[in-house]
Design a protein around this ligand. Structure first.
Ligand SMILES: [Zn+2]
Ligand SMILES: [Zn+2]
Ligand SMILES: [Zn+2]
Length: 310
């Protein structure tokens, strides 16, 4: 596979394209996509079905690993057979995660080839950081840490409107508990090329500056409308026992679940995504993502309902 020569995310944005034009990038993707199809690679509905089967198996594997973990916690130890089973399941999970990521790559390539006419280059600066934030939120593929895990685009969460210098790469190993600490604490500053994106800019959110967009969300009427839409989405997803399409847990590979805090202080404090294996009082997976910006809510609503926050 390898349709992309640079980083890309699950919603079809290409990152790190400094010198190439949109036409060059799209032509490159089309060429390798067609080669892949000619070699018999699955695309479209068939690829989606295959991916669903892998995800179903992934869920079973995760459940069994969780069971073994709980057994070890309550009994203090496991039998040799149980330990071997655990090691086997972890290997199977790695393999499944690789397959699921390949399916994401097919989907991202299809998305780009379908929306070619709407794709534009964006050089992220003070006025367009919300475009980066919007895209940072979806799974990004291709950025690996020195420890081998994926890295995630992060930003300082305490800021109302993040500036270009407030973003950094953080290893997803940070969410993996190891002894008393984290499996990996590594962060990296963004490189110049990380600020060059190619993305579908047709969303109305992108016609505004980051500041205008941030201000708009402080309007109580707008806040209320968005909250209602996110609440509706949450009950719809919960009713179908589904996670959100654009983000998965880096450890378990399952789609994240949209949740709401008990006593939120306003719209940008109310929602978060959690791994299906997350538990309110520790013990489960610690991967959560707070939805603290309008860009994240916009990306989520756009991906699930076809319309962002505007
Ligand atoms: Zn599960
Ligand atoms: Zn790492
Ligand atoms: Zn998880």
């Amino acid at each position: 596979m390898g349709f992309f020569s640079s980083l890309f995310n699950a919603i079809g944005t290409v990152l790190g394209v400094v010198v190439k034009t949109v036409a060059e990038v799209v032509t490159g993707i089309r060429k390798s996509f067609e080669d892949y199809r000619e070699r018999g690679g699955a695309t479209g509905a068939l690829a989606a079905q295959e991916a669903e089967r892998k995800k179903d198996r992934l869920r079973e594997v995760n459940e069994e690993i969780m069971d073994l973990r709980n057994r070890r916690m309550s009994r203090g130890d496991l039998s040799d057979q149980e330990r071997r089973r655990w090691a086997f399941l972890r290997e199977e999970r790695e393999e499944l995660l690789g397959k699921v990521n390949q399916a994401k790559e097919v989907k991202a390539a299809e998305k780009i080839l379908d929306s070619e006419a709407l794709i534009e280059r964006v050089e992220v600066d003070l006025d367009t950081t919300h475009v980066l934030q919007y895209n940072a939120f979806a799974d990004i593929l291709g950025k690996k840490c020195t420890c081998g895990r994926h890295m995630k685009l992060q930003w300082r969460r305490d800021l109302g409107v993040a500036g270009p210098g407030d973003f950094y790469w953080g290893c997803t190993g940070w969410y993996v508990q190891q002894g008393d600490g984290r499996a990996c604490n590594r962060t990296e500053p963004l490189q110049r090329e990380d600020y060059a994106l190619m993305t579908d800019t047709s969303a109305p959110e992108f016609t505004m500056t980051s500041e205008e967009f941030g201000e708009l969300l402080t309007n109580p009427g707008t806040e209320k409308i968005i909250a209602t839409r996110v609440d509706d989405l949450r009950s719809d997803l919960a009713g179908r026992r589904k996670g959100v399409e654009l983000a998965t847990c880096p450890v378990h590979g399952e789609h994240m679940v949209l949740r709401k805090k008990a006593n939120p202080m306003g719209l940008l404090d109310a929602y978060f995504l959690a791994c299906p294996h997350w538990r309110p009082n520790d013990g489960g997976c610690s991967f959560i993502e707070k939805l603290k910006s309008g860009s994240q809510l916009a990306a989520l609503l756009k991906s699930e309902t076809g319309r962002g926050v505007l």
